[in-house]
Design a protein around this ligand. Structure first.
Ligand SMILES: NC(=O)c1ccc[n+]([C@@H]2O[C@H](COP(=O)([O-])OP(=O)(O)OC[C@H]3O[C@@H](n4cnc5c(N)ncnc54)[C@H](OP(=O)(O)O)[C@@H]3O)[C@@H](O)[C@H]2O)c1
Length: 238
């Protein structure tokens, strides 16, 4: 049995990941988001607001010591207000960091606590962003929250290499993907976002990748983690 814990499974990349993971024989998928859009007897949904730290702290990951592989995919993420600092809503800043950084950190901690001693393959994939590695005006909390998860992933992999617990960690930038998040970016005001025309152009010129093709690439990494030495990956280079 292969067990997946995936956050943000109601739409976009997370939904595509969950649906493709369910096509693997003997898989169980635990999904977490505020709404549910997948029906499958091997899919177990938790309705939860992961931007609320108390709710994330209450998550109990089940121990599946009979599994041959356990996988945590920290995918849920938001961009928040697309505005320069000074015009951002403070609540939005808190939510962005809670969902994009604090939640993956807590779930990684819980995952290691449960599975560290189990002699099974363990993989954590954090869905990062090109914005973690290149600054984009009006996305400061988003860029910083994803940069934090890149560094968190690298430290966690270094700890594991030191301790030899058979864990692989990746922080993967998915590219520019045709999801609700891109729709949100395109709906912002030109005076708040200097790159608005460029992002509208990605859609009108058909340059967005599909969530399904991105999910397939990420699942290939999970299937053959030994092929990848770097923690930081980019789907466009896989
Ligand atoms: N699309 C892109 O171009 C792109 C580029 C780089 C990185 N990414 C990253 O890819 C990941 C997936 O995003 P996406 O593009 O697939 O966007 P999406 O379609 O908007 O999906 C976001 C998912 O996160 C969940 N979510 C949002 N807020 C939540 C909350 N408070 N609590 C629990 N779940 C929550 C949503 O479910 P509910 O609304 O039902 O809660 C949804 O399932 C994100 O981490 C994003 O930063 C995307």
């Amino acid at each position: 049995m292969i067990v997946f814990y995936i956050t943000g499974t109601s739409s976009g990349i997370g939904k595509a990941l969950a649906k493709q993971a369910l096509q693997i024989e003997d898989s169980i998928v635990y999904g977490f988001s505020r709404s549910c859009s997948i029906e499958n007897s091997r899919y177990k949904h938790t309705t939860i607001d992961l931007s609320k730290v108390d709710e994330t702290l209450n998550i109990n990951l089940e121990n599946h010591s009979d599994a041959y592989k356990v996988v945590l995919i920290n995918n849920a993420g938001i961009i928040g207000d697309v505005k320069p600092i000074g015009k951002q809503n403070n609540e939005s800043i808190v939510k962005v960091f809670n969902l994009n950084t604090i939640c993956p950190a807590i779930l990684s901690n819980k995952f290691i606590q449960i599975y560290n001693e189990e002699n099974i393959s363990k993989i954590i994939v954090n869905i990062s962003s090109g914005a973690a590695r290149h600054s984009i005006e009006s996305w400061a909390p988003y860029c910083a929250s994803k940069a934090a998860i890149d560094m968190f992933s690298q430290v966690q992999q270094a700890e594991n290499d030191y301790d030899s617990k058979g864990l692989k960690i990746f922080s993967i930038a998915p590219g520019i993907v045709d999801t609700n998040m891109q729709q949100h970016v395109r709906s912002t005001k030109p005076q708040d976002f200097p790159h608005l025309e460029k992002f509208i152009g990605y859609k009108t010129k058909g340059q967005l990748t599909s969530a399904e093709s991105v999910a397939a690439k990420i699942l290939e990494v999970i299937d053959k983690p030994e092929r990848h030495q770097n923690v930081l990956l980019d789907v466009r280079q896989l």
